[in-house]
Design a protein around this ligand. Structure first.
Ligand SMILES: [Zn+2]
Length: 284
């Protein structure tokens, strides 16, 4: 028993270092005390689903690949005092949200993106998506309420080994995020890269079991995946297509045969709101 406990502890310590945040000095900085969610928020969160007509024609793989991509932002940590590309300070993060809001951008959900790519459903004017990887507590304490205040929704990708661990969202918090209109997606069990899933046991451990458990927690289907470290290969993309409507990579090349399983996102490090807007305008 003791050795099993030690193995669990070792595995968990490892994933703390191996997560998207590759900074080996990963520490347990507590983020600023969150502001209470603004119950007087004036704008409701955007709808996360749009109905598709029954007779809608499905695009071919080539048509999906050729659709103009929309800018998809990817955040990890929201904390002061960190200088890596996986972190932004809370004040920078809020300045990004304000810039997007004040410049007429509209957040879209993964469901809306899927219906756009597959069924040519319209998107709002100036669409963008905002996503968060690694289940950090500040996603619940800062990102969720601040998005809601501005009428935005986000997509949060959970590595499920972090359930109820210090500095990570609890299962109740994850469920609350789903209730608040955000999309909850999967980011593997322990952040092992999808290119390494070779046996049925790997797929069960990293995809099937955590997907089921996450669905039980939020009471909804989990249809979206973000690749740990953004890394994929063709076999992984094909495998994931059996479980997810869309899988998100980072800025690597897309797979022409699996465009839905290789949707690109840009990591947003600390940058001025002006530069963020320029990156979004130039996104292809
Ligand atoms: Zn990650």
């Amino acid at each position: 028993m003791k050795s099993r406990f030690l193995i669990c502890l070792t595995v968990f310590s490892f994933i703390l270092f191996a997560s998207c945040n590759n900074n080996p000095k990963a520490n347990n900085d507590k983020v600023n005390t969150p502001k209470a969610a603004d119950s007087a928020a004036t704008s409701a969160a955007s709808p996360t689903t749009a109905s598709v007509p029954d007779n809608a024609k499905k695009n071919s793989v080539a048509e999906i690949y050729a659709k103009p991509q929309i800018p998809i932002l990817c955040y990890h940590r929201i904390a002061d005092g960190r200088k890596d590309e996986y972190s932004v300070s809370p004040s920078t993060f809020l300045s990004h949200l304000d810039a997007l809001k004040n410049n007429g951008y509209h957040s879209v959900s993964p469901d809306q993106l899927y219906n756009y790519l597959v069924y040519n459903q319209p998107l709002p004017e100036k669409p963008f998506m905002i996503t968060f990887d690694d289940s950090r507590i500040e996603h619940f304490e800062i990102a969720g309420p601040e998005l809601k205040k501005r009428g935005f929704t986000g997509a949060f990708f959970i590595m499920t080994i972090t359930y109820n661990k210090k500095n990570y969202m609890s299962t109740e918090q994850i469920a609350q995020m789903a209730k608040d209109g955000h999309t909850i997606g999967l980011h593997s069990w322990d952040h092992t890269m999808a290119s390494k899933y070779t046996t049925p046991e790997d797929w069960k451990k990293q995809v099937e079991d955590p997907k089921k458990k996450l669905e039980d927690i939020i009471g909804k289907k989990v249809d979206y995946w973000a690749y740990p470290n953004g890394v994929y290969n063709h076999a992984a993309a094909e495998g994931l297509s059996k479980y997810f409507k869309i899988s998100f990579i980072l800025t690597s090349k897309r797979d022409t045969l699996q465009p839905l399983q290789t949707v690109r996102r840009m990591i947003i490090p600390t940058m001025s709101p002006e530069r963020l807007l320029k990156s979004i305008e130039g996104w292809k």
